[in-house]
Design a protein around this ligand. Structure first.
Ligand code: GTP
Ligand code: MG
Length: 336
């Protein structure tokens, strides 16, 4: 089969699947829909004092008439939007609060919004340092939205300048969903578009599924530690033919990536994708459908490998059980 035919088939399959999903979606009511995934999320708002965090929350809550005062500690605000419930951690930006509170709340948040006063150039360096320091505490998959606030002021910098100053291109090499937007918490410009992005990512993340056909775990020299084939028995027979090849590819990848601390590679194996991830002392490869989201598979792999480095005893557990206990939604059927 030529590459073009292959691609056409993938597109057709994808369209078919989307059509089917749409059909099932329209059947459930909005209320039922919110029961399917999570409908409660927490969002941490960060930024130096006077960046406009409280003003942004007040804008969302339509409480603009309330005079904003510097936040002492943290304000917890509940916000309902698109049939979802959000708890906003509106954190005080003064340094004592950064030191005493931020880490604790960032670690708990499902998404992080960082605001910078885009007209206060004098404090850009301090804001940049603060951003890069605290973002390390965010959950690995938590989307990060960087907001250039106070865009209504004439002194405010353009997004391209802010992007460069804060070195936000670093996120291009990161698996984490990231975005930068220009807003004005005062006029409300861009506020809802920004919030929509966070919500889309959070809901999408909750619905993201990837069907993993098989997995192989090796040490850095390519010695197989554990392996698993997933799916129902009929499918397993088909997968078994590719499984031998998967093991070879995994061994080759392990040798290739031996010197690196972290390495990611995607390759084709007949009609499947093989995603290889090496982190620390182990390589984990999985076989997935080409129509499934690759980044999601890679995130799962990374999370499992990180789990191994935190709990070395887990390495000796059955790989199928590890997947099923950590990601029951993504893996269909039982293991063999
Ligand atoms: N022009 C303009 N002023 C803004 C905007 N957003 C906030 N402000 C003003 O900036 C000042 C600080 O806003 P806050 O919302 O209290 O800032 P904060 O980040 O919550 O500050 P802390 O609670 O001290 O961390 C207030 O006087 C706001 O009216 C904006 O988009 N444009
Ligand atoms: Mg505040």
């Amino acid at each position: 089969m030529s590459f073009y035919e292959f691609r056409k088939r993938i597109m057709e399959e994808k369209a078919k699947r989307e059509k089917q999903e749409k059909k099932t979606r329209t059947k459930v009511t909005t209320q039922q829909e919110s029961m399917v995934g999570r409908n409660k999320f927490s969002v941490a708002l960060l930024g130096l004092e006077r960046a406009g965090k409280t003003s942004l929350v007040k804008k969302l809550l339509k409480q603009e008439d309330i005079v904003v005062r510097p936040t002492y500690g943290v304000n917890l605000e509940n916000y309902q939007y698109r049939d979802l419930n959000f708890t906003c951690f509106d954190l005080g930006g003064h340094q004592p609060f950064r030191l005493s509170l931020w880490k604790k709340f960032i670690e708990r948040a499902d998404a992080v919004i960082y605001l910078v006063d885009s007209a206060d150039h004098v404090r850009f360096d301090e804001s940049k340092q603060t951003f890069w320091h605290y973002i390390n505490f965010a959950k690995q998959n938590a989307p990060v939205l960087f907001l250039a606030n106070k865009s209504d002021l004439s002194k405010s910098k353009e997004l391209s300048e802010i992007n460069e100053h804060f070195e936000l291109d670093k996120f291009l090499r990161n698996l984490r969903p990231f975005n930068i937007k220009k807003v004005s918490a005062l006029t409300g410009q861009g506020v809802y578009e920004a919030w929509d992005w966070v919500v889309d990512v959070l809901c999408g993340a909750a619905q993201w599924k990837v069907k993993i056909g098989a997995a192989v775990l090796t040490d850095i020299s390519g010695n197989i530690i554990s392996e698993a084939i997933f799916g129902n028995p009929n499918e397993q027979a088909t997968v078994a033919n590719d499984f031998k090849k998967l093991k070879e590819l995994t061994k080759m990848f392990a040798v290739e990536a031996k010197e690196s601390i972290q390495s990611i590679k995607l390759e084709n194996l007949f009609k499947k994708h093989v995603s290889h991830v090496k982190r620390g002392a182990y390589c984990l490869s999985v076989m997935i459908d080409p129509i499934d989201p690759v980044t999601r598979a890679q995130q799962i792999q990374l999370r499992i490998l990180e789990n191994f480095s935190r709990n070395p005893a887990e390495v000796n557990r059955n790989l199928g059980e590890v997947f099923e206990s950590k990601f029951p939604l993504e893996v269909e059927g039982g293991t063999r």
